[in-house]
Design a protein around this ligand. Structure first.
Ligand SMILES: CC(C)(COP(=O)(O)OP(=O)(O)OC[C@H]1O[C@@H](n2cnc3c(N)ncnc32)[C@H](O)[C@@H]1OP(=O)(O)O)[C@@H](O)C(=O)NCCC(=O)NCCS
Length: 145
């Protein structure tokens, strides 16, 4: 049974969030790695742990600034991938935020799993951003249609 619950992360969840971010960090996903970055992430954004049968399987994060929703993180722990958790999570969050006029995110152009997922949910590519996070890597800006 793959039903999920979203639980807002608090500073008590620093370890879980840091572990997920570390597991996902790569050339195509710039995770928060230091304790300070994780604390700021939890304090300044809506960060939710994705729970399944009492276990943390991933996280999703976004900000809402001036009516713009910006997704800032989506990670599923490697052992729980390809089970539909990311898609289910996005569908749940998208329902909650549907009233906002702009829903956006950036994704590395070589991040195939994420790109396929977002495009299947009616995100479209808006623009190309060189060196978006200052790590020398490009990103695509996607918006929800
Ligand atoms: C991207 C990510 C969140 C997807 O999580 P997931 O739970 O495995 O995704 P789902 O099982 O919900 O997949 C939904 C659909 O996305 C697409 N997809 C997911 N993983 C894929 C892969 N490895 N290759 C191709 N398509 C993939 C498929 O269309 C899939 O549907 P299907 O399984 O019926 O074919 C996960 O791979 C991850 O955590 N990656 C590292 C962090 C990251 O890059 N996050 C994105 C930040 S922009």
């Amino acid at each position: 049974m793959n039903k999920i619950l979203l639980k807002r992360a608090t500073l008590k969840n620093i370890k879980e969030v840091a572990d997920l971010e570390k597991l996902a960090s790569s050339r195509t996903y710039s995770g928060r790695v230091t304790e300070d970055e994780v604390k700021k992430f939890i304090k300044n954004q809506f960060v939710f742990l994705i729970m399944n049968q009492g276990k943390v399987v991933g996280l999703v994060a976004y900000t809402i600034i001036k009516k713009i929703v910006h997704f800032n993180g989506l990670v599923i722990s490697p052992k729980f991938r390809r089970l539909g958790f990311a898609k289910q999570t996005l569908l749940l969050v998208l329902r909650k935020i549907s009233k906002y006029p702009r829903i956006e995110l950036v994704v590395h152009p070589h991040n195939n799993p994420a790109l396929v997922l977002y495009l299947s949910l009616n995100f479209i590519i808006e623009s190309w951003k060189n060196n978006y996070f200052g790590d020398g890597e490009p990103r695509l800006m996607l918006i929800k249609k």
